[in-house]
Write a protein that binds this ligand. Structure first.
Ligand SMILES: Nc1ncnc2c1ncn2[C@@H]1O[C@H](COP(=O)(O)OP(=O)(O)OP(=O)(O)O)[C@@H](O)[C@H]1O
Length: 252
């Protein structure tokens, strides 16, 4: 399997604290990989290092065979990596449709703003892609509502739709099921599985263990910034270091 994303000794210090410590792993083309670990394990920091929101202290990130270490988030996004955030980042005072158009615009490149002003073709393309994604997540009937008026669960889908509108090669989901009830989580698992079966490579941080274990082919486990396991869900469940890390923490 070709590696789409490669992390090599990725490390990040915050003062005296090592939030991510020499993490080496990869995500293969078409894989659905979970990232778990107790509170404060370094999961979000690792996602931030991959997507350019935080600069690594050392180590390297390669995406599609090219080094992207230290590139700013918009450049990483432009190369085909989209992400959602643990804390929702939708624009509450924009309509649902406009929220998604922002993502579609991103996919069309830096010159897209000028093109939108100057040419109908681009704006048509953006509109088409935005509608496609709205339908995909079942938000087409609320296209003209303000994002602020959507339920929490629907805003989560809006954020995913915006990331998808960028037509990413790698989708990074940071706790997509947080705040969702059981049936919403089940629906979300199905949606993520569907996206993956269509060929989209996905990396997922999630506290909901059953979601991660149920849908991911491989699970990477962090504890105190270090990778302690990188295996199938069946193996990870029985891994003593993983059991110890969770028992030692205040999680799950
Ligand atoms: N900007 C920052 N400045 C200082 N310390 C930070 C910063 N970001 C994260 N940390 C610290 O790094 C460690 C890892 O945090 P991180 O948020 O990556 O963990 P996490 O596994 O995502 O945790 P959670 O599951 O609670 O979201 C924590 O001790 C945290 O306090």
């Amino acid at each position: 399997m070709t590696a789409l994303l490669e992390l090599d000794g990725l490390t990040r210090h915050f003062g005296g604290l090592t939030a991510v410590d020499e993490v080496t792993t990869h995500v293969g083309q078409g894989e659905l990989v979970g990232l778990i670990g107790p509170n404060g394990a370094g999961k979000t920091t690792l996602f931030n290092l991959i997507s350019g929101f935080t600069r690594p202290s050392s180590g390297a990130v390669r995406f599609k065979g090219e080094e992207i270490t230290g590139l700013p988030p918009h450049q990483v996004a432009h190369r085909g990596m989209s992400r959602t955030f643990q804390n929702l980042r939708v624009f509450p005072n924009m309509t649902v449709f406009d929220n998604i158009s922002v993502g579609a615009l991103g996919a069309l490149g830096v010159g897209a703003f000028q093109s939108v002003i100057g040419g109908r073709k681009r704006s048509h393309e953006i509109s088409e892609r935005s509608w496609e994604m709205l339908e995909r997540v079942g938000l087409n009937e609320q296209a003209n509502d303000l994002a602020a008026n959507l339920s929490y669960g629907k805003r989560k889908y809006l954020e995913i739709a915006r990331a998808l509108a960028m037509e990413p090669d790698l989708l990074i989901l940071d706790e997509p099921a947080a705040g969702m009830n059981h049936s919403e989580t089940a629906e979300l698992s199905q949606f993520i599985t569907e996206l993956n079966s269509e060929g989209l490579t996905i990396m997922l941080v999630e506290h909901d263990m059953s979601l991660v274990m149920g849908i991911c082919e491989r699970v990477v486990v962090l504890a105190s910034g270090r990778k302690i396991a990188d295996d199938t869900p069946v193996e990870v469940r029985q891994n003593q270091a993983v059991l110890d890390a969770y028992l030692g923490g205040d999680d799950e």
